[in-house]
Unconditional design. Structure first.
Length: 367
């Protein structure tokens, strides 16, 4: 396998360390450990947190032996904090899934919460013609501490990744994010809280499943590939992107500095409300000059919920005239990673403008 990683089969442990369960297992799931809080344990001597390997993490969750699932794992080595996640990390995850795609029914990616929504969004675009579940999950508290949410999140994520219908097809064949009791489309999720167990939300798209005593799937909202094409991964990502957040008092010098970055190819413009910005001539001129040079500028709202409606108010008409395209109801994470994905495929700015508003993986709603 590429990179510093190794694969371990747990098949599954019951009772003694050396005893292997002989129960019949219906599905197989590969756990991909990248790092994050869920992979941390408390040192009893120092009471500090330190990384655990996959076997140590799973040893804290003996209930896994009750699942009718063959579980194997592969780990990043070393494990990384999610704040250190880079596009190269997404490529590693995609390559692991590609290399083991035929051997497993589903995949669970254990990941830190800070950038989980970015990673889930990126993988949703990078994994093409996906017909198996890829479930991102993590925890707010380390697996080895009291009241940790790691146990429930991991157990349920594995159940979701292994779930099939009566035709032995995956119930959720897309990239998702599971946290607390909600399964969300990966490119629709965003982190909403730094402390609560209910840390993620999908503000502009219904949850794909809700877990309680039973798992209730919202089948009408789950994406299924209609064309039967071979699974493939897209690993060419272009990171020449900037985020420009509008605020009262923003200066011409600030906007000009961002739009003048060498090699810049795309900008995510975080605007007010339904896609509005100050009606000042210098802002229009700078944005127009940028789009005329081939820089793709996508307008998304600073609001957690709702959609950009350019032209609804006079304060967004200038943005339209400047050649800026609407991001509609895409999250910031989905917009950034979709641009990286599209920029990696073509240098044609008009083609990128067309495809950024075309739903590729259910990431945007076009009314």
């Amino acid at each position: 396998m590429k990179g510093n990683s190794f694969i371990t089969n747990f098949s599954y442990i019951c009772g003694h360390k050396s005893a292997i369960c002989t129960m019949k297992n219906d599905s197989s799931v590969l756990l991909i450990f990248t790092g994050g809080t869920i992979s941390m344990g408390e040192n009893p001597a120092t009471q500090s947190l330190s990384p655990l390997d996959s076997a140590q993490v799973l040893s804290f969750i003996p209930e896994l032996k009750m699942l009718r699932v063959n579980i194997s794992s592969v780990s990043f080595n070393p494990l990384i904090d999610s704040s250190d996640i880079q596009p190269e990390s997404w490529v590693r995850i995609a390559e692991i899934i590609r290399d083991h795609y035929d051997a497993f029914d589903g995949f669970v990616v254990l990941h830190g919460t800070d950038t989980m929504a970015y990673s889930a969004s990126a993988l949703s675009f990078m994994l093409e013609n996906l017909t198996k579940p890829v479930i991102f999950t993590g925890s707010q508290l380390p697996v080895g501490v009291l009241r940790s949410d790691a146990k429930e999140n991991l157990i349920t994520a594995i159940e979701l990744a292994a779930a099939k219908n009566e035709r032995h097809e995956a119930l959720v064949p897309e990239v998702c994010l599971f946290f607390e009791d909600k399964l969300m489309r990966g490119n629709r999720a965003t982190k909403r809280n730094t402390e609560a167990f209910n840390a993620f939300a999908s503000f502009n798209y219904p949850e794909l499943a809700k877990t309680g005593v039973h798992i209730k799937y919202a089948s009408a909202y789950i994406h299924h590939e209609t064309e039967k094409k071979p699974f493939a991964i897209q690993t060419q990502l272009d990171t020449n992107i900037a985020i420009l957040k509008i605020f009262p008092g923003i200066t011409e010098a600030t906007v000009n500095a961002i739009l003048s970055i060498a090699g810049l190819r795309a900008v995510v413009l975080e605007s007010f409300g339904a896609g509005n910005a100050p009606r000042v001539e210098w802002l229009f001129e700078l944005l127009k000059q940028a789009t005329d040079k081939g820089i793709v500028i996508v307008n998304v709202t600073q609001c957690r919920s709702g959609s950009v409606e350019m032209g609804r108010y006079e304060t967004s008409i200038n943005l339209q005239k400047a050649g800026i395209v609407s991001g509609y109801d895409m999250t910031l994470e989905a917009t950034v990673t979709k641009l990286m994905y599209l920029l990696g495929q073509t240098e044609n700015a008009d083609e990128i403008r067309r495809r950024i508003i075309t739903p590729l993986r259910g990431e945007v709603t076009i009314d």
